[in-house]
Structure formats: structure tokens, C-alpha cells
Write a protein that binds this ligand. Sequence first.
Ligand code: NAD
Length: 717
Amino acid sequence: MIYQGKNLSVALIDGTDGIAKLHFDAADESVNKFDAATNAEFKEAVTALENSSQIKGLIVTSGKKVFIAGADITEFVGYFQKPTSELEAWLLEINSTFNRFEDLPFPKVAAINGAALGGGCEMTLVCEYRVMGQSGQIGLPETKLGIFPGFGGSVRTPRVIGIDNALEAIATGKAHKPADALKIGFVDAVVADDVLESAAIDLVQKCIAGEIDWQAKRAEKLNPVRLSQLEQAMAFTSAKGVIFAKANPKQYPAVALAVEAIEKHVNLKRDDAIKIEAKNFAAAAVTPQAAALVGLFLNDQVVKKLAKKASQGASDIKEAAVLGAGIMGGGIAYQAASKGLPIIMKDIKSEQLELGMNEASKLLGKEVERGKLTPAKMGETLSRIRPTLNYGDFGNTDIVIEAVVENPAVKKSVLAEVEALAKDDAIIASNTSTISITELATALKRPENFVGMHFFNPVHRMPLVEVIRGEKSSDAAIATTVALAQKMGKVPVVVNDCPGFLVNRVLFPYFGAFDLLVKEGVDFAAIDKTMEKFGWPMGPAYLIDVVGLDTGVHGAAVMAQGFPDRMKPDFKGSIEHLFEQNRLGQKNGAGFYKYEIDKKGKPEKSADVATYELLKAVQDGTKEASEQEIIDRMMLAFCNETVRCLEDGIVGTPAEADMAMIMGVGFPPFRGGACRYIDQVGVSEFVALCDKYAYLGKAYEAPALLRKMASEGKTFY
Ligand code: NAD
């Protein structure tokens, strides 16, 4: 044994002539990662390697399913609060170990058996060669966390796979599967998993025997990129065009800092290049975007842990049923079937059943086209959905998800009807968007078996499911519903009951703020443009067009009844007015915008002058608001209601609230969610903004919790 640590070891491989194995296999962890302890051990291992005279070559292996997952993100929060000079020093210290490893006087081959991501990928890049098993993956996902590769990755990647490939890999953060990795030169060979280690040894032996010029390969990484100035200029110009069209540098500055660093250091030798990388990495690490994105990663873990806890004691769901084959019912049936769960889909209209089945076929057909599904599997999936007009088989299903029209009377009668037919212990769930679960439960004999299971539209794409606990819902019913949401590939967040639950309760004041701005005369298109620039995937007018103005008006009435002090306006809003003019949004071709179906069959949005004429009836001013005023007013309404949901115990933690907003309504991920946004504005500053706009109504007034936090100097995170 040359070195033995807790997380990694170095030993000579028996039966070889001087080939050593650096083996990552973290004790007490399910994956290998570069946490502080591993970094320290790696440094010790490198010293041991430098001091050993028996080694002629080395392979790097992993004892886990994942090769190395990357740096330890939980440690980032502490590091990223340090001054940039300290951050740079930290990086240069780690890099000196990586460089010393790279400079060892013998060839090294990484045997990538699983995901080699971030620091894991950078570890393989300090080897001369990379061999990948069929289960391997390689990539640099750091920009998704608001940073970029900092263990020499931005320096070595362009030297190994070329400037254009490197910029793309870093900007997209994509994990490359074997064929793809081989194609762009990220790995040098792909082999079957069971011969991976012997293939790596074989390659080292060839290097030792002088059959392969490994020193030339190493030299490529130590020297400037071998491209003329003109070739470099072309590579950067074209890559930047593509990258910045996708990642707005203001919203995702890490990508811009990575590109800038690479452009500066491609003409330098390794050690100088790494200094530039460290400087720009530190600049990225202290941005609010990095704090938000790292926070998002950690919140995701919190939400998963809470869901795991909430699903304890869940019963197995072998068969489900959905009532209603509309937009949501059809989507729920598709989602269940595609995750292997048989589901009965009942409607009262046969044309709706046909529509639901056609929608599922269309989605599956697209997967077949993309080569993700075979036609046989598509047939199998479709056969899991059983469309029906009667309740024949409802006696066997373990859960019934109600997704009929959003009308409390209809829902109550349908729920009572289905309860009488279902097994005594069957769970009955409602996909209602706004109606209180406790209220709907009054129609049932077994309210303990009744919960809310709120999917988002389109079901196949939106990851969130709100699981709503009514006053009488049992823990067992919640557990089973949470487990089912996970089985269906969704992320469940358990919330308590109130009109609109969490996400829609927060969304309606946001639409209310929009309506008020429009009433004062602000151009709805300018509001959209501002909020999109802020980071929302679509502005509020476009969003309500997609949701449907009818759905919006319907939901608004329920919310106005539930929270009249801040959701019952004393004026007619633009959304209601356009709805009354039969402008339902995308679904009938006109809302705030006009829609025409394009060549791909998707509704294409365009401006509609007629909208401005119609809106005159509900406008009593000609206000031109600044971008900042629009953002402040919209975000105050949104964030204040989120805080009220925390105050009222509708949602348990800021982490769940923030994740729900990102997964359910597309809150800009780089802003981390409503609570993170308040933290980043500053709690006291946010309260001051609330005071500034309090004259507009209760929705803008600072909630008591926020005022208390401000006075105590507290933050959400
Ligand atoms: P939809 O109008 O598209 O579909 C409703 C379906 O229910 C129709 O096919 C109708 O024929 C059927 N139906 C009516 N009465 C029935 C009965 N007694 N038995 C069986 N089927 C019956 O509506 P949708 O948009 O799918 O919404 C369904 C539910 O999901 C509503 O509660 C809605 O609030 C909620 N929801 C909607 C969205 C959305 O964006 N559309 C998002 C989340 C939740």
C-alpha cells in the first residue's frame, strides 16, 4: 500500500510491472466527492506518489457507482462568503495538488465507470488519457450552480477537446454519455463496463512501452492552445453567439466569466492560465446568482428529504383511476402510464376520452421520433390507460384522482359518487387548483382518505405536485399520495389547506398587481417585457393567455372569497374584461395577444392592436411605470403572499416555498425563489419597499413576519 486514506487509496496492482491504482472509494458516503477531507487526502496521496520510486504508470478508479460526483456543494455556502482573495487562494492550493499529480513522471489513465462530473471530470483531465465504460458519463455542470470549473477544468478542457466543444460543454453543463464523449474527444476509448479496468491498464502499459506518445499528450495540456489567432477568433465569435443567445450574461454571469477566462488564458501556459481561472471563478462565486443557484441545489435536497419522510408508511398503488379526460386528466393518465402505472380514465363524454388518448399518443409518438422509446414500448404504455364512460372497474383501484371541471358543486357530487363505489381504503384525491380540500371533504363519508393532489399544466413537463392536507386527511393518505407523485416522476411538496393552496394563492395577487398596473394605464406588453427581462419565462399577460383567461377568472373568484382583503379588487381588471369579450387566451386564438398555429402545430404569439382598444374600458390613467416600479410592485405582491403562506403554516419551510415557485410557476431559478429574493433585496429594504407601496392595498403591505425579521436582523437563509 502506497497510501491509505478514508476516501481514497493508492496501491500497486498485483501482476503488473509497476502500475499503481489511485482508487476513490469514500467511507461512509454513497458517492465520491471532492470535499475538504478528500482534497486533503488527495494531497497526501500525491506526496506519497511523488516519493515512490516503484511506479511506472497509474490508473484512477472508483469503488462507487458514480466515478466522482464533483466538489461538495454543501461546503460552497461557507466558501462563497469569503473575500475573493481567500477564494482564489483556496482554489490555487487545490490546483497545485492537481498540477503536481499531472506532473508525476509517469503516464496516467482514468477509468470512468460512472458519472465523472465537475471536479470528477477535472480529476480525469489531469490524466493523459480517459477510458470510459458503457455506464460512464462526463461533464462540467458548474455553470448550473452559478460558477464554472475551477479545478483547472476551464484550462484543460479547451486544450483537450477544442475551444468550441469546451465552451459548449461548460456553458450547457451537459453530461456526455459514452458515444458523445468519444466523438468530441472527452474520452479516448469506450469499452464494456466489465473490461474497463483491464482496458485502462492495457493503455498504461502501451504508454510505458513507448507505443503511445503520452508525453506529447500531456504537453498539449501544459501549453497554449495550438490554434492561430484567426482560428481562435473564429472559434470564440461563433461559440459566443450560440452561448449568449441561450444564457443571458446578466442573468447567468458565470457563463460570461468562464468565456472571458478561457479567451484570456488559451494563449498562456498552464500555471498562468490557472491563475486567470481562479480569479474569474472567485468573481462568479460571490455573485447573488451563485448564492441562489447553490441554494437551489440545497433546497432541492431538503425537499427530497422531506418528501421521503412524508412518504413513510405509504401503501403500494398498483392501479389508479382519473376522473375527467380533459387537459389535466389526460395529462395525469399519460404520466402514470409512462411510469408503468395502469390507470383507468373516465369521462362523461366519449369525444373527451378520444382527445385524452390522442394527446397521450402524440406525446409518446414524439418520444419514438426522438429514439427515446420503441414503437412496442409506446403500445405497451398506451395499453396501460383504459378509457371508459362508466365506473365498472372502480372497485379495484387504489386511488382515484378527480380532475373534472373546477366547480365545487360538480366536484362534490362526483367525489361522493366515486367514494360509494371505491374500496373502503381507496384514496380519493382532487386535482382542484383553488377549492379548499377541507371544504370538498364535507361531501365525503371518509374524509380521512381524501387529499389534494395538484398537478401543474402541462403535466408531463411540470415537475411539481402539491399534496394538500385537508383538516381531516390522514397521515397514511398523505404518505401514499406523496409516494405516488414520486412514482410518477414528480417532486411532491406537502402543503396545508387553504384556497389556492401555496402556488395559486401566491400567483393570484401577482395577477392582481398586473391588473392594477394595467388599470393605471401601463402597457401590458411593457409589463411582460420587464418581467421576462427580470427572468420569468413569460410575463403575466402571456402567462394568463397560456393558462386561459376563463380559468384565471374562475380561480380569481374563489380566491377573492377566500382572501377578500387582498384578492378582491374594487375595480374590474383587464383579465376579467378580456374574458367577457370572449378572449380566452391561447385556447381560442386571442387573449392579450393573438395566436396562430405555426408549421410545427404550436400557437405562435403576435401583438394585437385590438387589445389596446378593448382595454381602454378598464383603464383610468396613462401611467408609464419604470421597469423598477413594475418589478417592485409585481414582486411585492408575489413575495408577500409567499411569506403569508409561511406565517399561516400553509408551507413548512422557505426551501419548500422557493422550490415550489420554481417548479410550479417558473420563478427565475437564478433568483432562487421568493424567500431568496427577499433575502437578496435585503429584508429591511424589502419592508421599506412594502411601506412605499402600501397605499396600493393590503397585498403590498409587509406581512408581520417580515417586519419582525427586519427588526431582528434575520434572513430566510
Ligand atoms: P377540462 O375542462 O379540460 O376537463 C374537464 C373534464 O372533466 C372534461 O373532459 C369533462 O368532460 C370531464 N367531466 C366533467 N364532469 C365529469 C364527471 N362527472 N365525470 C367524469 N368526467 C367529467 O379541465 P382541466 O383544465 O383538465 O381541469 C380539470 C381540473 O384540474 C380542474 O379542477 C382544474 O382547476 C384543475 N387544474 C387545471 C389546470 C390547468 O391549467 N388546466 C392546472 C391544474 C389543475
